[in-house]
Design a protein around this ligand. Structure first.
Ligand code: HEM
Length: 174
């Protein structure tokens, strides 16, 4: 990396890592809490209670948990380049991150189904979505904190080496 770019990256790493981890707390805590909040959607609730619970769950998902997921992913993506972490444990981590994103979307889907169809689509027992969320979370934490040497896995070279590709347009030179 160019020296001045490397200096900027080193200054920015703690800020991006702090943003990554702070957003993760909200994201991971939030998607673990969502199944519990969903379980409170009981068709026998009064209309007002149902509406209140529905609004709280919906707002938590849309204005807290999902934006936190976006911040975590964006900050993490910058960290890949700042830390030059194009290594096997990262690819393994990204596989489990994809599963976590899938679980996040699934919980969003349950939320819509439960909120829109009172009494028809009851939420699943909370332990099932919590398990689906917890498993990739634990795998990610083991990978990122242990940074195991996975070099014995044969990754295709397009994943491990720069492709020396050029941008499809001219970049002005100074
Ligand atoms: C697209 C999503 C993500 C990307 C691209 C990403 C990428 C990264 C990168 C490159 C680092 C820096 C590693 C280092 O400094 O050696 C990092 C740190 C970290 N990530 Fe992520 N991450 C993502 C999602 C997650 C998720 C979902 C979790 C937890 C459930 C997580 C937990 C952590 C932790 C705990 C650290 C600090 C590790 C350390 O400093 O040693 N990340 N992440």
């Amino acid at each position: 990396m160019i020296v001045w770019l490397q200096t900027i990256a080193e200054v920015l790493i703690p800020f991006f890592k702090a943003a990554h981890i702070a957003a993760l707390f909200v994201w991971c805590g939030g998607i673990l809490a969502m199944p519990l909040m969903l379980a409170r959607h009981d068709a026998s609730n009064s209309r007002n209670d149902y509406l209140r619970i529905r609004r709280a769950t919906h707002l938590t998902y849309t204005i807290v948990v999902t934006p936190a997921a976006v911040v975590a992913v964006v900050a993490g993506t910058w960290l890949i380049f700042f830390r030059e972490a194009l290594v096997p444990w990262l690819y393994a981590k990204l596989f489990f991150v994809a599963l976590l994103v899938f679980a996040h979307a699934w919980i969003g889907h349950i939320l819509v189904a439960v909120a829109e169809n009172k009494g028809r689509d009851g939420p699943p027992a909370p332990y099932l979505p919590m398990l689906v969320v917890l498993l990739p979370m634990i795998a990610i934490l083991l990978l990122v904190l242990g940074k195991p040497d996975l070099s014995w896995i044969e990754f295709p070279t397009w994943l491990t080496e720069p492709r020396q590709g050029q941008l499809p347009f001219a970049v002005p030179k100074r």
